[in-house]
Design a binder for this molecule. Structure first.
Ligand SMILES: Cc1cc2nc3c(=O)[nH]c(=O)nc-3n(C[C@H](O)[C@H](O)[C@H](O)COP(=O)(O)OP(=O)(O)OC[C@H]3O[C@@H](n4cnc5c(N)ncnc54)[C@H](O)[C@@H]3O)c2cc1C
Length: 373
């Protein structure tokens, strides 16, 4: 036996590193294991930037979570001394009936989130880099911005380690075996016992929770294009999501140094971590270049691309819950392509479940039994 823990976190990406940080403040004997050296480029949390926003067009029920997430991101910024968030504002673009427009307005109005409705002309005047068709309007949210995902994970792990959490890297968990009140965790290096285990293994989660075969892993490509247009720097361009056809979106970021970053939301093939194609093809680059030339007043040159994975639930809501059969295993699948911004609060909620505390927010929308037949 290589070690015993009160709580062991498996997977130290966005959710797991945050959970480990919150647990490390409790005085419990806690540890975290990752198969790679987090932060790394093999899962769902790489690529320099993630959008954070409050006027949640997807569903106003997320807003209390995101408001709490902002507070907890500030906490880890302060505790780590790292810059993790940059406010840029966030612009939702679409026709007046688009889900991103209607939904963002609804969440903003229900939860008193400051925003401005921009007419077509106002978009053109304020953000001349965009080339909106005549039917396009905008919802501009002041408090949206960018999280730096690799730095966030680094911050969580550094502070957790300083709080005496045991962090095991380059160690792959092979199986979990539940006994009456402990879980035996077998890795490629040996065995551990833990009273509670949090499984936050992202795209690899079905390996541990086979019942979760309702999840799908989707390939996602991120593209960076160089431009010499100064108005695309972080102080001048907000993060944005553009719904160009019903339910179809691309999104992007201002230039942080490598060029503007652009990606489609949910346009990738279904895959698995083992079979993921990590090559960005010339056809894919050409196709995204056309999107940029159709929707921006810009000349751009492709800089580079990278491939990442979404782990999707059927309703795109997260799973944050106890395992249906084993109360000492807690499951986290907080992705569906929009989970990073919540990682600060997701980790807190996971830690509360592991400590048998009442979660500070109502997580019923993330319970696994919603999929029960
Ligand atoms: C291209 C892209 C863009 C996105 N954009 C946004 C955005 O703008 N805003 C937003 O809020 N969200 C966004 N998301 C979603 C967000 O990034 C994810 O929800 C989040 O990163 C998922 O974190 P995770 O902890 O679940 O998974 P990961 O960060 O992938 O962590 C899982 C960890 O588990 C480890 N692991 C797996 N199996 C094992 C094992 N057997 N043993 C040990 N360790 C193991 C892995 O190595 C990995 O480190 C985006 C996602 C992608 C892919």
């Amino acid at each position: 036996m290589r070690g015993t823990f009160d709580i062991l976190v498996i997977g130290l990406g966005a959710a797991g590193s945050s959970a480990l940080y919150h647990l490390s403040k409790t005085g419990k004997k806690v540890g975290g294991i990752d198969q790679f050296m987090p932060p790394h480029t093999h899962g769902s949390s790489h690529g320099q930037s993630r959008i954070i926003r409050q006027a949640y067009h997807e569903d106003p029920r997320y807003v209390p979570f995101i408001k709490r997430a902002y507070v907890l991101w500030e906490e880890i910024e302060k505790n780590s001394g790292k810059l993790l968030f940059r406010k840029t504002g966030g612009l939702m673009l679409g026709n007046p009936n688009a889900g991103v427009i209607k939904g963002a307005e609804l969440s903003a109005q229900m939860h008193d989130i400051p925003y401005a409705y921009l007419s077509n002309q106002e978009i053109r005047t304020r953000f001349p880099a965009f080339k909106p068709g005549n039917d396009i309007v905008g919802v501009l949210e002041k408090n949206a911005g960018i999280l730096f995902p690799e730095d966030c994970i680094k911050a969580y792990l550094e502070v957790a380690a300083a709080n005496r959490a045991n962090i095991l890297k380059n160690e792959k968990v092979l199986s979990l075996n539940t006994h009456t009140d402990v879980v035996e965790v077998t890795t490629n290096q040996g065995h551990y016992l833990a009273n509670k285990v949090i499984v936050a293994t992202g795209a690899w989660i079905s390996a541990f929770i086979p019942d979760l075969n309702l999840l799908t892993v989707e390939r996602q490509v991120l593209y960076w294009f160089k431009t010499n247009n100064q108005s695309l720097r972080v102080d001048d361009l907000p993060v944005y999501i553009w719904e160009y056809a019903p339910g179809k979106m691309f999104y992007g970021f201002p230039d942080l140094g490598d060029g503007i970053k652009v990606a489609h939301h949910h346009a990738g093939e279904i895959t698995s971590p083992e079979t993921l194609n990590r090559h960005v093809s010339p056809e894919e680059i050409q196709s995204m270049k056309k999107v940029v030339s159709d929707y921006f007043n810009l000349n751009v040159a492709f800089n580079y691309g990278t491939v990442c994975m979404y782990t999707n639930t059927p309703d795109e809501r997260f799973i944050i819950d106890y395992h249906p059969q084993h109360k000492n295993i807690i499951i986290a699948s907080p992705c569906s392509g929009h989970g990073f911004k919540f990682a600060s609060v997701t980790g807190k909620l996971l830690s509360q479940l592991a400590l048998d505390e009442k979660p500070e927010l109502d997580i019923s929308m993330f319970r696994i039994n919603r999929f029960a037949k």
